[in-house]
Ligand binder design. Sequence first.
Ligand SMILES: N[C@@H](CCC(=O)N[C@@H](CS)C(=O)NCC(=O)O)C(=O)O
Length: 341
Amino acid sequence: MGLLIDGTWHDTWYDTKGSGGAFKRAEAQFRNWITADGSAGPSGEGGFGAASGHYHLYVSHACPWANRTLIFRALKGLQEHIDISVVHPDMLEDGWHFGTDFDGDAGGATGGATDGATGDTLYGLPFARDLYTKAQPGVTTRVTVPILWDKHRETIVSNESSEIIRMFNTAFNGITGNVDDYYPDALRPYIDEVNTRIYSEVNNGVYKSGFATTQGAYDAAVHTLFDALDWIEGLLADNRYLTGGRITEADWRLFTTLVRFDLVYHLHFKCNRRRIVDYPNLWAYTRELYQWPGIAETVNFNHIVRHYHYSHDSINPHRIIPINPQINWAEPHGRGALQAA
Ligand SMILES: N[C@@H](CCC(=O)N[C@@H](CS)C(=O)NCC(=O)O)C(=O)O
């Protein structure tokens, strides 16, 4: 784990000294947009037009932010238009790397996809940081996944998952003919409001709990997290999805945290007041989303379990991979028939 400073790699863990032991996530730095016609998007440079085979997505199967982008690639039928490379689940002193010696079937977790680490299928580079310096030689940045890469310009379009999923939602509609909309105009204010709370208190809340280095920082994060889960449990008693009867990006953004919760966040990040299976509505909802066509294939439990327990030696210094609960993802969810967006 580390970061690039002026293009040079420094192997350092997150610095929590200046923030009273609290984990603060850095802002993503590459913020261009792919649009249907290459016109400028809400941020960054223009000139990134939608085209089949033009872009490549670098992901970790362990990572909830990368999982969002794989989900939108599946929901929007983009698999044949945007190919992918999968990093190795172990993120150690060199950060994310492209070793191929991980078999996605290994590890004993059940269900989900089973593909392993692919290596960098575009360039054969050893490390994800090499992509960042290829895009910008003197860059100062954390080296995160997902990375949406432009194969022609040989640069990073975006390393911000919340924006990549918005691009996937609309930019390629003319190519795929898939006009399903997960960020519909009428619901945008409500989706934005729900996203803001869930990002801070749940998606990032599990990391704030797990990476806290003082009791106070942990207590603040973990209580906020479970208050937010209680709020969502109540919301789902009266609503099919977070913003009403229609599934939106807010649901998919929450799902990638929920699907990892009982396997890794509950134990490894000490988010252990309750498990997701203990909340009737949240658990049925998580199963429903997992069982949605194309979604189980985007979730690789073996990468998830391996990455968290093996990569964070400040939390698990002996790198022992726990036995893990057996979760029945195929159990009927009982929330009615599936609805398209
Ligand atoms: N804002 C980014 C966050 C991505 C992120 O933090 N990814 C993690 C993996 S789950 C990562 O690559 N961390 C490496 C690091 O922080 O050095 C997004 O949502 O795309």
